[in-house]
Design a protein around this ligand. Structure first.
Ligand SMILES: *Cc1c(COP(=O)(O)O)cnc(C)c1O
Length: 341
């Protein structure tokens, strides 16, 4: 495939096949050595564990071109750790951390032509995933698994500026107490599809999910963690066992403390507190932070002081600092930037 035809700045967030991907198979209780391939298809049993009982976990990360022309990934060790946690929860074998990072390096390196240039706003999205591939009909974990990593170039998340979004408090639940909300599993997304399609039909950009037990505490959206800024410029993030531990959110918290000197508190947040906050953002690899202008709770509008025109000032500082670190304009904390050679 020829990447010269790519109009980087106008790419959407969609799948585009790149040249090479990584595959490793788990068979007879052990992972094989793994290999790179041009084959983007998978042949498996009609009764594969992933197809019958959704035994699959994934990760999402990006490769960037820095200001000085290096190709880097951001904290891949944390993606490796999180995938290990996800796999254990679904009774899948663990793909070793060093091999995970090696696979990321191999795939990005083999698809260097698809890493968008510095300044385009586009990035190379990286999707590691693992699934049960052997037949399973009686409910139990599969015997054999496949781990894969592919890449796809994606455009700038914000085209023409980061416009604040409107979200609704959902009547659907995302994750049960003691369930799988804290792992990155496809099953958490399958059950959110009806909720997001419904929200879009009603004119909202996203859903705010509450804790299912009491329906009073803020959890997260379908694919991003919340971060709030108080009127005194303090950062507050929701604490809950059923939130997916976003690497972006954890990094922003550290940036807030160490680079911006802000106070950060992680604690349960009651839905009734929302009107006390000045700014609200959604944290995830795709956008880093999307500003939220308004939350609608069953007809009641909660408008943040930052408004509907632009990111709030603290959100903007957090965004600029973290993207500056990722793009090599600002010195990174030890171990955050992983160069691909
Ligand atoms: C992936 C994901 C996020 C964001 O995590 P990052 O590591 O920052 O990309 C947040 N919530 C859910 C449910 C997710 O699946």
């Amino acid at each position: 495939m020829d990447n010269k035809a790519m109009d980087w700045s106008n790419l959407d967030f969609g799948y585009r096949k790149t040249n090479q991907r990584y595959v490793s198979n788990y068979k007879g209780g052990a992972w094989d050595d793994g290999y790179m391939t041009e084959d983007d298809t998978i042949t498996m049993s009609e009764c594969a564990g992933v197809l019958q009982y959704a035994q699959t976990v994934f990760e999402g990360m990006k490769a960037y071109t820095t200001e000085d022309g290096r190709i880097v990934t951001f904290r891949p060790d944390l993606n490796a750790d999180r995938m290990i946690d996800s796999a254990k929860r679904l009774e899948m074998p663990v793909f070793p951390k060093d091999r995970f990072i090696d696979a990321i390096e191999k795939v990005v390196s083999a698809n260097k032509d698809f890493v968008p240039p510095y300044g385009s706003g586009a990035t190379l999205y990286i999707r590691p995933y693992m699934f049960g591939i052997s037949p399973v009909i009686g409910v139990k974990p599969a015997e054999d698994y496949q781990f894969r990593v592919f890449t796809t170039p994606v455009g700038p998340y914000f085209k023409g500026g980061a416009k604040p979004i409107t979200i609704k408090v959902s009547d659907f639940d995302r994750a049960a107490p003691n369930g799988t909300g804290n792992i990155k599993a496809g099953l958490n997304y399958a059950m959110s599809l009806h909720a997001i399609v419904t929200a879009h039909k009603e004119g909202y950009d996203e859903n705010m999910y509450l804790d299912p037990q009491t329906r009073s505490k803020v959890e997260e959206t379908g694919g991003a963690n919340f971060l709030f800024v108080t009127k005194d410029n303090e950062i507050v993030t929701p604490q809950s066992d059923s939130i997916l531990p976003s690497i972006t959110r954890r990094s922003l918290v550290q940036v807030a403390r160490d680079y911006l000197g802000l106070k950060v508190t992680e604690r349960p947040i009651d839905i009734s507190e929302l009107s006390d906050f000045a700014e609200c953002g959604l944290c995830g690899t795709a956008a880093v932070i999307s500003p939220v202008g308004k939350v609608v709770d069953h007809g009641k509008e909660i408008c943040f002081a930052s408004g509907m025109d632009e990111m709030g000032p603290i959100t903007k500082k957090l965004y600029d600092t973290l993207t500056g670190i990722q793009m090599g304009r600002i010195e990174a904390p030890e171990g955050w930037i992983h160069e691909i050679v």
